[in-house]
Design a protein around this ligand. Structure first.
Ligand code: NDP
Length: 480
């Protein structure tokens, strides 16, 4: 398979003619060739987006909402294709790709179509004048997204950007470009206006950096790692671009002494190992009240042992491969580091080679549980972004809060207790943007999503996304 950049409604090769390999990490096989785009390609895409802007922003909001609904409908018709493609590109289980990736990519468009309808225009009346607060598009916006939830996270930005009247230059991760290409094909099929959405494939430091630096791109919405986020801020900040940064996490799952331990064990396992631990919201540190530690841990291990690791095509698989061989090696090196730091592997800890010969070069790692590490050890503070959790004891809620807040990150966390008021009070003291009590990854798309500290700047979701992708103007009209 060969995929192309999607610029001004055309599928075109990169200017340099250079291509990159796209690999299925479950098989190690090359599945596609993708453009290795550079400044020139980004310049073309930006020019197309700039030319398309006046007509797109001139449409009424209702007309743009209709387009979002058309995109959702067209994506829904190919939802199985989205799920299969995402599973092949990321190595994630097909069931997860159907339930999460395909479903959410479609519902992102439906949600923002609906939510934008309900937006209220604000007016402030004075004795002799009226102030009309109106929203204008920001202009040409740059969207840069990671590999863990490829179309899910791209559509989470594309939908609100479009509905607010912006035009787009997007760069998906070069490791998972295929569903962004499906989106381009879908737009082409429904005859979406040319140049409004442009997708440039390629490497972050080349194609991504060109988006950050282009003077005609006035806002950057970035989701990815904290170190890359620093580059984004360093480059785009001095150009006064509007910036949204959704970055890494090292989230805690906190098991209080009154938790229902069976429910908590299953919840903590899901929070730790969904998508092989490659969700920014995954709970990679499990903090357990010392009074229940010895009862909880065997239940947690049993819940993890019940998870089936292996063939992503198998409907019953819970955990597929990690994103690449390089990432597998990084995760395994953290497991080795944990041993050097005094950790004890309570479960897993090694690469898995599935029985099927087609998967023998795949990047599979057993879900791994590590005990005995200090809360400030590297493995308990750095984002591993793989199927690895560390377990820690605490003696009081106050100590648990200190431990929860002890990393550079502040994205998410979950608290498990039979006393929901206690859980809520605990949550209020955690320095994170998203907290769950007795659940995890339970999302109402109207709520704010984002982190504090090194987990990011800004919020996405509902009004927060619509605000980011619009500029407010106040028009004060003096009465006649
Ligand atoms: P990266 O930061 O490596 O990459 C994210 C995107 O940025 C990719 O498209 C990448 O391209 C691109 N990029 C890399 N360098 C540059 C550059 N110099 N200029 C512009 N763009 C660049 O993250 P990963 O893809 O490895 O994703 C995992 C990370 O994302 C984890 O830290 C995770 O926590 C975080 N994440 C955060 C979420 C949140 O909502 N807070 C949600 C999901 C993930 P390329 O792939 O070609 O390098």
């Amino acid at each position: 398979m060969q995929i192309y950049n999607y610029i001004n409604g055309e599928f075109i090769l990169p200017t340099s003619g250079k291509m990159l390999d796209d690999i299925n990490p479950a098989t190690g096989q090359i599945i596609a060739q993708i453009p290795d785009s550079n400044n020139d390609d980004v310049a073309k895409a930006t020019m197309a987006a700039k030319r398309a802007l006046p007509n797109w922003r001139a449409l009424s909001k209702d007309e743009r909402i209709n387009w979002l609904n058309k995109i959702a409908q067209a994506l829904e018709e190919r939802s199985e294709d989205i799920a299969k493609t995402e599973s092949m590109d990321t190595g994630k289980p097909i069931g997860l790709a159907r339930r999460v990736d395909a479903a959410r990519s479609i519902s992102n468009f439906r949600f923002f179509a609906q939510h934008a309808k309900q937006q209220i225009e604000t007016e402030f009346t004075m004795a002799d004048a009226t102030n009309y607060v109106i929203r204008k598009p920001v202009g040409v916006v740059g969207l840069i997204t990671p590999w863990n939830l490829p179309l899910y996270l791209l559509s989470w930005k594309v939908a609100p950007a479009l509905v607010m009247g912006n035009t787009i230059v997007a760069k998906p991760s070069e490791m998972t470009p295929l569903t962004a290409n499906l989106l381009a094909q879908t737009l082409d099929e429904i005859k979406f206006p040319k140049g409004v959405v442009n997708i440039v494939h390629g490497l972050g430091p080349r194609a991504g950096q060109a988006i950050l630096e282009h003077p005609d791109i006035t806002a950057i919405s970035f989701t990815g790692g904290t170190e890359t986020g620093k580059i984004v801020a360093r480059t785009a900040g001095p150009m006064f671009k509007k910036l949204s940064l959704e970055l890494g996490g090292k989230n805690a799952t906190i098991i209080l002494d009154d938790a229902d331990l069976d429910v908590a064990a299953k919840g903590a396992a899901k929070a730790a190992f969904t998508n092989s631990g490659q969700v920014c919201l995954c709970g990679s540190r499990v903090l357990i009240d010392a009074k229940i530690y010895d009862v909880f841990v065997p239940k947690f291990i049993a819940a993890v042992a019940a998870m089936k690791v292996g063939n992503p095509d198998d409907e019953s698989t819970d955990i597929g491969s990690v994103i690449s061989q390089q990432h597998m090696e990084k995760v395994l090196s953290y497991i080795e580091l944990a041993k050097q730091e005094g950790g004890r592997i309570a479960y897993g800890g090694q690469r898995i080679i599935p029985e099927q010969s087609s998967l023998c070069h795949g990047s599979f790692i057993s879900p791994t549980i590590i005990e005995n590490l200090a809360i400030n050890s590297r493995c308990a503070t750095e984002e591993i972004f793989g199927p690895v959790v560390t377990l820690h004891r605490f003696d009081s809620d106050i100590q648990a809060i200190e431990m929860t807040n002890s990393t550079q990150y502040g994205l998410a966390g979950s608290i498990w207790t039979t006393n929901t008021s206690r859980g809520k009070e605990f949550a209020k003291q955690v320095d994170s943007g998203i907290l769950w009590v007795n659940t995890w990854l339970h999302r109402d798309l109207r709520t704010p999503f984002g982190g504090v500290k090194n987990s990011g700047v800004g919020r996405e979701g509902g009004d927060w996304s619509l605000n980011f992708f619009s500029e407010l103007s106040n028009i004060c009209v003096k009465d006649d």
